[in-house]
Ligand binder design. Structure first.
Ligand SMILES: *[C@@H]1O[C@H](CO)[C@@H](O)[C@H](O)[C@H]1NC(C)=O
Length: 482
């Protein structure tokens, strides 16, 4: 009997232990420096190989790796029709809360998938999610050297804010209103170049980057042509307000209409970037102006480098906002742009919502996403070599309204569609159709010219003949004289 009890107790212990191990979290509520963060990211990638891929995207000035953990049911590739989303944390090295909450967010997604949580599993199956917990690892290593008891420097200071080359990364992107910044790429820092390339080369639809020192969701534009701090609206202001409000309203205190941090007071916890203060070379504007992605900038803590005891609270405060904001990538309008003849997707077609003047481009497989608030829109899709298509579309609330655009090619499309003929085909496609009016006009001009020439010829010929007759007469007159 005793033996049975012992075996039972052993099995029970084993069971409890294994359950405990399963539940053991990878990320704890401490600050994670570069080495600790790197270790955690590798652990995620090892523990969840089928739904993650860890990308060493590039290097910082001091050669630390800018890690991106990708989460998707098919990591490493863009799947046709699946929107891409990104979060970037710790852009200013001393604003560290986002680095921690993004690590916890990654774990909640991976754990949710493992537990078969329906919502999270659906998100991972239908979205390519990329998370960079730290864009400025060099700055972080400097910031962490500030003594813990120097609360004023830790909370409101600037040690570690910039990268190791003394540059503020959120002032370092090419800017639409500042020609010097837009033109001089050599001034871009290593970290900026890495992230810029990432933005340029992937069809991101939605993103956010995180900061500290305030509590607000900030949306484009971040500056004005004359650098004054006034409201600087994009033509997509309604969407940006919705994006920012989704973050702030799902946060327990950000949306409250009273000052959350010393000196701040934002209605509903959101603000237009330039209205708060004008920033030249910000990352969110670069995303919106130069790529398809809509990005906002979220300030998640009054104190930039708070004590570890507050980290669990910060995670709990932001957990729902992080998830709800991510879900917005599946709203608005989406679908495919396709070639009518070959039925293939058309890359680089412009999807232009009329009156917004902010076209997005279709991705490699012809897939496109256009964030919009619910409403009626006139949407024009065009691509060189095709007749454009315009449609009136009702965009609904909730999941994205699906609409495909089938474009009819202009010109000789009977050419064989093999790789070698692509260039030739491009050239042929670029031939514009000859307008009927022009043909008729030219024909008329030719006819008139021809008749004029004819008339002139007849005139000349008859004149010459007459002259000839005169001469003959003269000659005859002279030579018939005796
Ligand atoms: C530091 O920044 C300057 C431009 O501001 C750049 O020319 C230089 O190459 C950068 N140095 C490093 C190590 O990235």
């Amino acid at each position: 009997m005793l033996v049975y009890w012992r075996v039972f107790a052993f099995l029970a212990l084993l069971f409890l232990h294994s359950r405990g191990a399963m539940r053991e979290k990878i990320v704890d509520f401490t600050h994670h420096d570069y080495n600790a963060m790197t270790k955690i990211l590798h652990t995620f990638a090892t523990k969840y190989p089928s739904i993650t891929k860890l990308h060493p995207l590039g290097e910082s000035v001091q050669n630390r790796i800018l890690w991106v953990l990708e989460i998707s049911d098919n990591p490493g590739v863009h799947e046709p029709g699946e929107p891409e989303f990104k979060y970037i944390g710790n852009m200013h090295g001393n604003e560290v809360v986002s680095r921690e909450i993004l690590l916890h967010f990654i774990e909640s997604l991976l754990d949710g998938y493992q537990r078969n949580d329906e919502e999270i599993t659906n998100l991972i199956k239908n979205t390519r999610i990329s998370i960079m917990p730290s864009m400025n690892p060099d700055g972080y290593e400097q910031a962490k050297t500030v003594p813990r008891n120097d609360e004023s420097e830790r909370c409101t200071g600037v040690v570690g804010r910039r990268n190791a080359n003394n540059t503020d990364l959120n002032r370092n992107f090419p800017d639409q209103f500042d020609e010097n910044k837009a033109a001089v790429e050599s001034g871009l820092q290593k970290e900026t170049l890495v992230v810029k390339k990432w933005i340029d080369e992937n069809p991101f639809v939605l993103s956010a980057n995180f900061h500290g020192g305030s509590l607000v969701a900030n949306y484009p534009y971040d500056d004005t042509p004359n650098k004054r701090s006034v409201y600087s609206a994009t033509t997509d202001d309604d969407i940006f307000r919705k994006l920012a409000l989704t973050y702030s309203s799902n946060h327990p205190t950000m949306h409250l209409n009273k000052a959350q941090c010393v000196g701040d007071n934002f209605k509903d916890g959101i603000t237009n970037g330039a209205e708060w203060y004008s920033v030249t070379g910000g990352m969110q504007d670069y995303n919106y102006v130069r790529s398809n992605a809509f990005e906002i900038t979220v300030e998640v803590s009054c104190c930039k480098f708070p004590s570890e005891s507050t980290l669990e609270r910060f995670w709990k405060e932001n957990k729902k906002s992080l998830l709800e904001y991510l879900k917005l990538v599946h709203t608005g309008l989406s679908g495919f742009v396709k070639d009518q003849k070959s039925e293939r997707g058309i890359e680089g077609a412009e999807i232009n919502v009329l009156d917004r003047n902010h076209p997005v481009k279709s991705a490699k497989d012809g897939d496109y996403w256009r964030l919009l608030v619910p409403g009626k829109y006139k949407v024009k899709v065009s691509k060189r070599g095709y007749f454009p298509v315009t449609k009136n579309i009702q965009v609904n609330d909730g999941l994205a309204t699906k609409e495909d655009f089938i474009l009819q090619p202009i010109g000789k499309m009977h050419l064989k569609q093999d790789e070698g003929s692509t260039n030739l085909q491009e050239v042929l496609l670029e031939k514009k159709p000859v307008p009927v009016g022009l043909v008729i006009g030219l024909t008329l001009v030719c006819l008139i010219a021809l008749s004029l020439t004819l008339a002139l010829t007849i005139m000349l010929v008859s004149k010459y003949r007459n002259r000839g007759a005169d001469r003959k007469a003269q000659y005859a007159a002279v030579h018939t004289e005796p």
